[in-house]
Design a protein around this ligand. Structure first.
Ligand code: NAI
Ligand code: MG
Length: 341
């Protein structure tokens, strides 16, 4: 089966990490047709747009996208984040962020294995913000349709992955209309999944409980901004953004990207952690139905981490990014040989 994969490096450390992702797919012997497309700030400076039409076209005609990261200039008007736009245009309404503890990663918490399912197209990121003289106003849009599909997604994910509990996170005690609707819909959907336990957690309590006892959580479903914040918090618990993958799933072509940004100060130094990108590639392989390859890559990452010999600086080692990826590839190849009859 020939997959069509679109690679978008973006800015900063994005391009080098996506290139490593591609090397890993090659080493796995994955049959794919590659396309490359541009997006981000450098693309904007070069061409006047952060998301050219050709890129949207390339994404639409692919089966999956491996995305690096983009730099968002904070003070530029008329600049729209290409990844936020892609999520909205392709209706990638679910942002999936697994947070798992890995061996030898110096982390705040141990034995964490949770998944945050964040609504990805509405909420505070609906793009309805404006200046009104001396005040700024932002509108938070929560729809029945948007809430229903994200909550269903979370429960279906729980069922498919044998997870037992879903925490519905909101602030309906204060945001009575927006979170109120989200909560109402979530509790309706929950009734259809009797085999999954449901818990409601107010978002500020969630922020605290995640630090105190992250092991108590399994699947967490929430609105856009809350999910954005909680997923970085959860990533910090398991050893930082260098270890956190993500997937944008929904109607259109799925996009897989590390949870971190473009870390411009580390660009082109061959020093950042490749795991978040490679774990995103694992999620992509699963979504493409390539379970065996996904597992082989995942096992190799875990193996290299447990050995602890070839680790990047953020993991306490002194290996270059490329050296850690080489080690992961070598491990996959050894395993591949061992399995051959
Ligand atoms: P960042 O995630 O790029 O970097 C924050 C810090 O995390 C870095 O200084 C570094 O210490 C660490 N870090 C990140 N990735 C790492 C890796 N692979 N290995 C080791 N350490 C790593 O976030 P920051 O500095 O807030 O933003 C930089 C740019 O990225 C901004 O323009 C921001 O808007 C953008 N950004 C883009 C995202 C995306 O493409 N989806 C997501 C988050 C931020
Ligand atoms: Mg974020």
């Amino acid at each position: 089966m020939m997959h069509r994969i679109c690679f978008i490096g973006g800015d900063g450390i994005g391009p080098e990490l996506v290139e490593h992702g591609r090397r890993v797919l090659d080493a796995l012997g994955l049959a794919y047709e590659a396309s490359e497309a541009s997006a981000g700030y450098e693309c904007f400076e070069r061409s006047g747009t952060s998301l050219p039409d050709e890129t949207v076209e390339a994404v639409r005609s692919a089966d999956a996208v491996l995305f690096g990261a983009i730099t968002s200039p904070p003070n530029l008007q008329n600049y729209r984040s290409p990844i936020v736009r892609l999520r909205q245009e392709l209706e990638l309404y679910a942002n999936l962020r697994p947070c798992r503890s890995y061996p030898n990663v110096n982390a705040i918490a141990r034995e964490v294995d949770l998944v945050i399912v964040r609504e990805n197209t509405e909420g505070m990121y609906s793009g309805r913000e404006r200046r009104e003289g001396e005040q700024a106003v932002g509108e938070r849009v929560i729809s029945r349709k948007g809430s229903e599909r994200i909550v269903k997604f979370a429960y279906d994910y729980a069922v498919r992955h044998g997870r037992r509990k879903v925490a519905v996170v909101h602030k309906a005690n204060v945001l009575r209309e927006t979170c109120g609707l989200f909560r109402e819909v979530a509790l309706e959907v929950a009734k259809e999944y009797a085999q999954v336990e449901t818990e409601e957690v107010i978002v500020d309590a969630m922020a605290m409980r995640l630090v105190k006892q992250p092991q108590a959580f399994d699947v967490i479903v929430t609105t856009n901004l809350f999910g954005d914040i909680l997923s970085d918090e959860a990533a910090a618990l398991i050893g930082g953004l260098g270890m956190a993958p993500s997937a944008n799933l929904g109607e259109g072509t799925p996009i897989f990207e590390p949870a971190h940004g473009s870390a411009p100060k580390y660009a082109a130094q061959d020093r950042v952690n490749p795991c978040a990108t490679l774990l995103s590639a694992c999620m992509m392989l699963e979504e493409l139905g390539e379970q065996e390859r996904a597992e082989r890559l995942h096992n190799a990452i875990v193996h290299v981490l447990s050995e602890g010999r070839v680790l990047t600086k953020d993991l306490g080692g002194n290996a270059k990014t490329s050296e850690m990826v080489d080690e992961i590839i070598a491990n996959m190849q050894r395993e591949g040989k061992r399995r051959e009859p």
